[in-house]
Write a protein that binds this ligand. Structure first.
Ligand code: ZN
Length: 319
């Protein structure tokens, strides 16, 4: 009799588990569909629902719960929220790794996206490290000629090319974390930018006493008016890429007004030089488009005027 009761209970549990797993699968399918349609917020909700179900079914940090972490990371990557993307993708990577051989492809996917995040952050060394990990796995799982393997090879070659292109003369590498960047005063941040550019051998526009005229690439970077410096002095895409690679730009702070970037950043692109681009906060973007001018924000005011002037002069566009 006891055995029979237990059996009943067991069957009931199994069917609940099946129902929940089906539901999780449905959330996953819906999430991926919305991800493809660029409905990222809806995709995130689906993946989070999937995650909650899976975490209720499996042990903590089980590789079987890793997939929604990975997909949430990808959605944040698409939303350009790179810090959050890294959090979720790194967690997924650790969990997938615990699953051994069975989860090798998923480990490769996680490595690939973490590499892509570092690429977007301008940290090509880290990007290549992770992309190569993904490549090695894909070669062993899918073979050299598989389209996925080929695609990742292309990404690696592109990142290598771009990093050679933007390599500074001296190889001094310090990576500034988002916390470090945001803990500085606006002036300290700009002065750090000037210092690092000078140390790496980049030069700004200035007066050449030899040529007796204003020229490009002659003068060390120097911060005068703090809110004019970034938009006014840095006109070199290589210098900008270098700043991204050491975490001083595109790392959670808006160079136009000095405020931390909350939510999804907007991209400022130089109209004359599309390679010269960087992230700004949404209120600078709105101010730049004339949608709303925030009169309460003193820090945003100067940045706004510089931006408008730069926009008129350079025909800049904001995406
Ligand atoms: Zn701003």
């Amino acid at each position: 009799m006891d055995t029979f009761d237990n059996q009943e209970e067991f069957n009931a549990d199994v069917s609940i588990v099946d129902v929940l797993l089906d539901l999780a699968k449905q959330y996953s399918v819906d999430g991926l569909r919305n991800l493809n349609r660029k409905n990222y917020d809806i995709a995130l909700e689906c993946f989070e629902a999937e995650l909650r179900i899976k975490e209720s079914l499996y042990k903590k940090d089980s590789p079987y719960s890793a997939a929604p972490y990975c997909k949430i990371g990808i959605a944040y990557y698409e939303l350009r929220n790179y810090n959050k993307a890294l959090d979720y993708l790194n967690k997924a990577l650790v969990m997938f790794k615990m699953g051994g051989e069975v989860f090798l492809s998923q480990v490769a996917v996680s490595y690939n996206y973490i590499g892509c995040v570092y690429d977007k952050l301008g940290n090509s060394d880290k990007a290549l490290e992770y992309l190569n990990e993904a490549l090695e796995i894909l070669k062993s799982v899918d073979g050299e000629n598989h389209p996925t393997t080929q695609q990742i090879l292309q990404t690696i070659n592109r990142v290598k090319q771009e990093s050679n292109y933007s390599k500074p003369k001296k190889d001094m590498k310090k990576f500034y974390s988002a916390e470090e960047v945001n803990s500085m005063s606006y002036r300290e941040w700009m002065e750090t930018i000037a210092k690092e550019l000078n140390a790496a051998g980049f030069k700004g526009d200035g007066y050449s006493s030899v040529e007796r005229r204003f020229m490009k690439n002659v003068a060390p970077y120097e911060v005068g008016n703090v809110s004019d410096f970034f938009m006014g002095a840095i006109n070199d895409a290589n210098a900008m890429n270098y700043l991204k690679s050491i975490g001083l730009v595109n790392n959670g702070r808006c160079p136009m007004c000095g405020s931390p970037i909350k939510g999804t950043p907007s991209q400022f692109t130089d109209g004359m030089n599309p390679n010269l681009n960087f992230y700004i906060c949404n209120s600078c973007r709105k101010e730049g488009q004339g949608i709303s001018v925030n009169h309460n924000s003193n820090s945003g005011c100067l940045g706004f005027f510089v931006f408008v002037i730069a926009g008129i002069v350079l025909g800049s566009l904001i995406i």
